[in-house]
Every structure is written in structure tokens, then in C-alpha cells.
Design a protein around this ligand. Structure first.
Ligand code: ADP
Length: 342
């Protein structure tokens, strides 16, 4: 999420108090969660049924006023409640995938390397001999096709299901195969759910040991629905060490806890930079911020990944590190993480 847009959103919402806990709707209030990508904002308010009418009014007011902010194209407001979230048996039937293990890769904000991690983890797990699929559910910025070096339209089989495209032995399905990623897509609430439903139920995955789901960034309605209804075996949260990203990652931790999805662990991406000349590690932001949060929440810490120029180039060229340079340090790190997950 753009920090500037996030600031503008909270500058407006903080003038209003949460009907239940009476605190302002600022960045620290766990009952408001905001995700934004390319000007499309998803805002979710955790509500208690006692104050439902007040929350509804606030939701309408936020939607109307935030839409007027320069740089915001659409605002989707979702009201969620813990009770609804935990007991939504209807939704449990909605998203179904037959894979032994479904692992969601999440981040509190965009641009932290969630898709890069998803792709490299998928490749690393497949190199360990498992049947792997990757589902790019990042409706705001599907980048798995580019990172896997794959394009084209999936065929439809006799059961009217989409056949995933295959690259490096991995079955891939992305919202990017179904829409044009060059033109901005304005997603409205029901459209998001429809598209995601098709990505889940409408794909012939065949037999899979692991399905890696690259979730949209943030903790909005789409993420909560996916987390609660798609029978996730677990989730991995990626963050960079910056405070803003970490604060958003904590919202992610709380979201998965709320919907009872086990958190497999946290990853710190772009943690440090190794200088070509002196070969020393430079911690550009802060050191071990994510690790400390993992300790605080008693969640496993899965590792710190460096800022790696090759990784960026490999992502752009569609060659994941474990394929392009399997002997590189970063490829070995992905492999170690994959082993610890399996
Ligand atoms: P997200 O999915 O969180 O939006 P991406 O995976 O698309 O983020 O990564 C954003 C950009 O950062 C991409 O250009 C990617 O190649 C680059 N990137 C991600 N991780 C690293 C890393 N560890 N070192 C260098 N570049 C990275």
C-alpha cells in the first residue's frame, strides 16, 4: 500500500471513534484494516452486532469521503465480525481445492516481496520432490505469470474447468491469465469474490501435495474470506523490517489468529544488503525487527532474506532463483525454508 494514501485514509478515519472501544479509527486501532493497490482501497471494520447500525453508517461515510481523495479510484468497505467469521459454515463450502496442504502467503502491505517469495518457495518445494501448484490470488497486482515466465490463456476442459498452465513442473493459475494486467481493474466487492471463487473451484488442479496461494496484500474482506473459507493448512507472513510494513504484518497475524488459521511462520524479506566490495551485511532499515515480533507473538521465525539484485532480475525475467542459479546463497536459503515447512 502506498504510505501516502494510507496516511490520507487514516487522517480522515481517525476523526471518528469506534462505537465499541471508543478509540479513534487510527493506525493503532485493530478494528480497522486497510489495503490499497493501484488506487483501489479495501477497508474492513471489525464490528460487534450490538453497534451494527452505527458501524454501517460509519462504513457508508468512509466509503463516500475516502472515494473523494486524490489517487483513490474505488473504496470497498466490509463489515466483519468475529462471530460471523468463526461460524460461517456457508463459506466453508465456497472455496474448495483438493491439495494435501494449502499454504497462504500473506503480507500486510504490497511491495514487500510476497509474490517473489511465493514463486521461489513453490519451486523449492517442487525441487524436494513434491507436486506443487501456485495460485496467484493477488487480484490487485498478479505478478506470478511474469515471475514464472509464463503467459497465455488457460484452456477449459470437458468439466468446464480451467487447466492450469505449467512451468518448471509447477501448475500455475493466476487472475493475470484471465484479465488484462496492463489496464487497471477496478474491483468491486462482489466481483472480487466471484473472481476468487472461479480461481478456486473452477480450476482442475489434479493431485497436489502443496498448493501455494499468493494472497492479495492487506487484511481486507477478500483476505479474510479466503483465510476463513479455503481450508488453509497454514499461512506465512512476509514483511520487510520497516516499521510501517511490520505494523501491517501484525494486523495479518491478528487476522489469521481470528480465523483460526495456523501461522507457519514469519519471513523478513529485504532484511540486509551484502556489499559487493566489503562483503559485509548492511542492515539498511532495522535489524531483526520481524524476528522480535515473531518472538513476541510466539510464532516461528523462518528466516531473513537479503536484498539481492539477481533475485530482482530473475523475477523480471521469469526465472526463479532455484532454477536460474540453484547454487546461489539465496536459492539455498529458499530450499532450507522449504525443508523446514515440509
Ligand atoms: P509483493 O508481492 O509483496 O507486492 P513482489 O514480490 O512483487 O512484492 O516484489 C516487489 C519487487 O521487489 C519486485 O521487483 C521483486 O523483484 C523485488 N524483490 C522482492 N524481494 C526481493 C529481494 N529479496 N531482493 C531484491 N529484490 C526483491
Amino acid at each position: 500500500m502506498s504510505d501516502k494514501i494510507s496516511q490520507l485514509i487514516f487522517e480522515f478515519t481517525k476523526n471518528y471513534s469506534d462505537p465499541e472501544n471508543k478509540s479513534p479509527f487510527d493506525e493503532k486501532n485493530p478494528n480497522i484494516q486497510v489495503a490499497e493497490k493501484n488506487g483501489n482501497v479495501n477497508l474492513s471494520l471489525s464490528v460487534s452486532s450490538q453497534y451494527l447500525d452505527e458501524y454501517k453508517k460509519l462504513g457508508d461515510l468512509f466509503k463516500e469521503n475516502l472515494s473523494k481523495i486524490d489517487g483513490i479510484l474505488s473504496v470497498n468497505v466490509a463489515l466483519t465480525s468475529e462471530k460471523q467469521v468463526n461460524s460461517s459454515s456457508n463459506n466453508h463450502r465456497k472455496f474448495q481445492i483438493s491439495a494435501e496442504n494449502v499454504i497462504a502467503i500473506a503480507s500486510g502491505k504490497g511491495g514487500v516481496g510476497k509474490s517473489t517469495f511465493s514463486v521461489n518457495l513453490a519451486v523449492a518445494i517442487s525441487q524436494l520432490g513434491k507436486k506443487v501448484g501456485i495460485l496467484d490470488a493477488d487480484i490487485y497486482g498478479p505478478s506470478v505469470p511474469r515471475m514464472m515466465g509464463i503467459s497465455g490463456k488457460p484452456q477449459i476442459n470437458e468439466n468446464k474447468k480451467l487447466i492450469p498452465l505449467k512451468r518448471y513442473g509447477i501448475k500455475c493459475m493466476s487472475i493475470g491469465f484471465l484479465i488484462s494486467i496492463d489496464t487497471p481493474t477496478i474491483w468491486r466487492g462482489p466481483m472480487i469474490m466471484k473472481a476468487l471463487e472461479q480461481m478456486y473451484n473452477g480450476v482442475e488442479w489434479g493431485e497436489l501435495d502443496y498448493l501455494i496461494v499468493d494472497l492479495p496484500p492487506g487484511t481486507g474482506d477478500a483476505q479474510i474470506t479466503l483465510a476463513q473459507s479455503s481450508k488453509l493448512s497454514g499461512s506465512i507472513i512476509i514483511s520487510t523490517p520497516q516499521d510501517v510494513a511490520l505494523a501491517d504484518a501484525i494486523k495479518g497475524i491478528n487476522m489469521f489468529k481470528k480465523v483460526n488459521v495456523p501461522i507457519i511462520g514469519l519471513i523478513e524479506n529485504m532484511s540486509y544488503f551484502i556489499c559487493d566490495k566489503c562483503n559485509e551485511k548492511h542492515y539498511i532499515f532495522s535489524n531483526e525487527g520481524v524476528k522480535k515480533e515473531a518472538e513476541k507473538f510466539q510464532i516461528p521465525f523462518l528466516g531473513s532474506l537479503p536484498i539481492d539484485k539477481d533475485l530482482r532480475i530473475q523475477s523480471d525475467e521469469g526465472k526463479p532463483a532455484c532454477i536460474d542459479k540453484p547454487d546461489s546463497n539465496i536459492a539455498k536459503q529458499y530450499l532450507e525454508i522449504a525443508k523446514s515447512i515440509i
